[in-house]
Design a protein around this ligand. Structure first.
Ligand code: SME
Length: 153
């Protein structure tokens, strides 16, 4: 996993001026394609009192917009900390997107300490995400910080 993450980090460094859409679309599809348990990967951006889905790879979701207050995606923003749920079916805060999802990792993207967006990963495997995933996604969230801050409203 570390090797793929480093590969993605250098890709971001070399392509950060190619436009937010190109960078974030590649980001999502790279992770989903290269990491086996990453079945859906999305970037939500803070827009007023909502989270808007800016890029994703995987099945389309009806949750293109989420009111801040709903779901695990909101928890990560409100607390400004990572949410790693090993069994979504037991979490009453969980907002269901796909019937196959078993676990979810949501990592805030911050700029000057403020949450401006997040990386959201859904897995069809129970307890798919470990501390290594949390750390890897946090490093990537730092790399995306400026790009996503430019999109937040
Ligand atoms: N499950 C999320 C909603 C977004 S979907 O996973 C794409 C939540 O609980 O906020």
């Amino acid at each position: 996993m570390e090797e793929q993450i480093e590969q993605l980090r250098s890709w971001i460094e070399s392509n950060r001026n190619s436009g937010a859409k190109a960078v974030l679309d590649h980001f999502c599809s790279f992770l989903r394609t290269n990491l086996e348990t990453y079945n859906w990967v999305g970037i939500y951006v803070v827009s007023g009192d909502k989270l808007k889905l800016f890029s994703y790879d995987g099945e389309p979701t009806e949750h293109n917009e989420i009111k801040i207050g709903d779901g695990l995606c909101s928890l990560a923003i409100i607390r400004n900390e990572t949410v790693n749920e090993s069994n979504v079916k037991e979490n009453t805060e969980y907002l269901a997107c796909f019937p196959t999802t078993e676990s979810e990792l949501v990592v805030p993207i911050t700029f000057n300490g403020k949450a401006v967006g997040e990386i959201d990963v859904d897995s069809d495997t129970k307890a798919a995400f470990t501390m290594r995933d949390e750390q890897a996604m946090s490093r990537l969230a730092e790399d995306l910080s400026e790009i996503v801050a430019g999109l937040a409203e």
